[in-house]
Design a protein around this ligand. Structure first.
Ligand SMILES: N[C@@H](CCC(=O)N[C@@H](CS)C(=O)NCC(=O)O)C(=O)O
Length: 204
């Protein structure tokens, strides 16, 4: 919606304490949900496609082949996210290391799909960029402490990540205290990265 300059109100949901009104409108109790007048839409891709069909500028390529490829890569985002989250959200160092080969495979695939940038399709932002940005943001955040070096191995993904994470359309999509909330969540869930964050804080 930021890429399209749509006027909207956003309400962030504490997923540990979902309000009743939210559970009343979100069919799976998950975010995101978009309310358009009296209609409720859910599922990120369905919402993104709806917005793309109704609000200019289009963020899908005009060419049907390019559009199908974009949709295919957006469909791959959850598998990509799972592969990376097994690293970032591992509970032990051993699990974190064991998860890296699968993450590397996912990164190889994505790197090969990227062109010369800066965005997935070239000069302008697309729905594929929007689909990957949150996952790249979470991985890059944890990797400050995990130091897997995985992103550095993949120059195109690295450049794409750096560019997206500096983009106000991406940074503006999260709450201002997201870093503190991420860290509190890692501690609560006992992720290995939380111990590294605590060690770093103790040594400062
Ligand atoms: N396929 C859905 C997934 C949505 C999803 O998993 N949302 C997570 C946060 S990223 C959520 O709301 N989790 C809360 C829960 O499952 O209780 C989409 O893309 O919209």
């Amino acid at each position: 919606m930021r890429a399209k300059n749509v006027a909207f109100d956003i309400t962030y949901i504490d997923l540990q304490d979902k309000p009743d009104w939210f559970l009343g409108i979100s069919p799976h109790g998950k975010v995101p949900v978009l309310k358009v007048d009296d209609e409720i839409l859910f599922e990120s891709n369905a919402i993104a496609e709806y917005l793309d069909e109704t609000v200019a500028p289009p963020l899908h390529p005009e060419d049907p082949i390019a559009r199908a490829r974009n949709r295919a890569w957006t469909d791959y985002a959850p598998s990509f996210a799972d592969a990376l989250s097994s690293v970032t959200y591992a509970k032990t160092r051993a699990d974190m290391e064991a998860a890296q080969p699968a993450a590397r495979k996912a990164l190889v695939r994505l790197d090969a799909a990227l062109g010369d940038g800066p965005y997935f399709n070239g000069p302008s932002i697309s729905l594929v960029d929007a689909a990957y940005a949150p996952f790249l943001q979470r991985f890059a955040f944890c990797d400050r402490w995990l130091r897997t070096g995985l992103l550095v191995e993949f120059a195109k993904v690295k450049a794409w990540t750096d560019m997206l994470l500096a983009d106000p359309r991406v940074t503006g999509a999260v709450v201002a205290d997201i870093a503190d909330r991420f860290i509190a969540n890692y501690r609560r869930r006992g992720f290995y990265v939380a111990s590294l964050i605590d060690e770093t804080a103790a040594s400062e």
